[in-house]
Design a protein around this ligand. Structure first.
Ligand code: H2U
Ligand code: ZN
Length: 357
């Protein structure tokens, strides 16, 4: 197998393929150019809806918080079963009235859940790599506590913790924050990973990601950084140019299972990879990231291995992003630079943020 020629690679977690076209990385770019993110952000913004003491859109004031701050999303994507039940009395819409449609082609089912926002810090201007080790540990502990709290509701079967960062990713507010959406159904991506990890365990009597992270650590080509408890790497099947996975070394299924030492290592790896990201083009690097942890459906999950994905859209500079269009919408995802090249570039970058040097 020659990785310098076009080829496709298999993602064992989603069981989908990605097309790799290394020779295409040099093609000229005359397309859309993104704005460079604003750099002079104030530590406190009186107009920010997330800053301490400010009033949110629904009129509720934020407390004068000093560390992390969690609140129920004022515009939740899903509602509690009680709120859904209250809506059930409303007259059926014309879509629902067409009741005789064949369910094999027109399937729909109710979804309930809760959505929260987790502010990382009272500081409006500091992103993850600029926060201290102790502050990021506090963020990681908050995610773990929220997973326990939200997962304990019997109508919640999945807890999705994620961060959307940067205007390119549709996040308008630089105030450092993540979101937690929880659902009664298991969302599409974790559901694919659940099935793949379960079948791998049955077929090999071993955990998919335990085997994968061990093989990557032995090989080294896609490694980005690591500490005692976590490895950050560009997955062999990465779709986004600088996509990363962070995988725990110990076979744990969820954030609440991490020991204090592992929480500390997780915080360190998060600070290091996000510093590398920012150092790549010396800008605040946009991405969507999130944890994939086991469903909170009260069933045992021996197959599940805790990990997180970073999906950054930027391609070759601060202003040129990758678009998932054309063949990628209609055929399959495709990438130009190889995961090995991306890993080599990220590996070479300092773990110290350029603004803190
Ligand atoms: P993003 O910028 O990552 O989308 O996150 C902002 C979230 O915060 C968004 O889900 C919520 C929005 O609904 N929010 C509130 O709940 N109240 C507010 O006053 C502002 C934003
Ligand atoms: Zn703010």
């Amino acid at each position: 197998m020659n990785f310098a020629s076009p080829h496709q690679r298999f993602n064992p977690l989603t069981r989908e393929w990605v097309l790799v076209s290394p020779h295409r990385a040099r093609r000229p770019w005359l397309g859309q150019v993104e704005k460079i993110p604003v750099e002079n952000i104030p530590p406190y913004d009186p107009k920010c809806l997330l800053c301490p003491g400010n009033t949110r859109i629904n009129g509720i004031p934020n407390p004068a918080y000093e560390a992390t701050f969690v609140f129920d999303n004022d515009f939740p994507a899903v509602l509690t079963p009680e709120a859904n039940a209250a809506d059930a009395g409303a007259p059926a819409s014309s879509a629902e009235a067409a009741a005789a449609l064949p369910p094999a082609l027109f399937a729909a089912e109710p979804v309930s859940g809760l959505c929260r926002v987790v502010c990382f810090s009272p500081r409006h201007d500091l992103s993850l790599p600029e926060l201290s080790q102790a502050e990021v540990e506090m963020v990681a502990r908050t995610w773990a506590e929220q997973t326990v709290d939200l997962g304990s509701h019997d109508f919640i079967n999945y807890v999705q913790v994620f961060e959307n960062k940067g205007a390119v990713m549709g996040c308008s507010n630089p105030h450092p924050h993540s979101q937690i959406w929880t659902t009664s159904s298991i969302p599409v991506e974790p559901a694919k990973e659940l099935a793949a990890q379960r079948e791998y365990l049955q077929a090999h009597d071993a955990c998919l990601l335990c085997d994968y992270v061990a093989a990557e650590r032995a090989n080294g080509a896609r490694m980005v950084c690591a500490n005692q408890h976590f490895t950050a790497l560009v997955p062999f099947w990465a779709v986004w140019p600088f996509e990363l996975m962070v995988i725990s070394h110990r076979h744990v299924a969820s954030l609440p299972e991490l020991t204090p030492a592992e929480i500390s290592s997780l915080a360190e790896v998060l600070r290091h990879v996000t510093a590398k990201y920012d150092n790549l083009f010396e800008i605040s690097f946009p991405y969507s990231m999130g944890f994939h942890q086991s469903p909170t459906d009260q069933s045992p999950h021996p197959e599940w291995h805790l990990h997180l994905h970073f999906y950054p859209p930027l391609l070759r500079s601060a202003t040129v992003r990758k678009f998932m269009v054309g063949f990628e919408m209609l055929g399959m995802p495709q990438r130009d630079i190889t995961p090995e090249t991306a890993a080599e570039r990220l590996r070479a970058l300092s773990e110290r943020h350029y603004k803190l040097r």
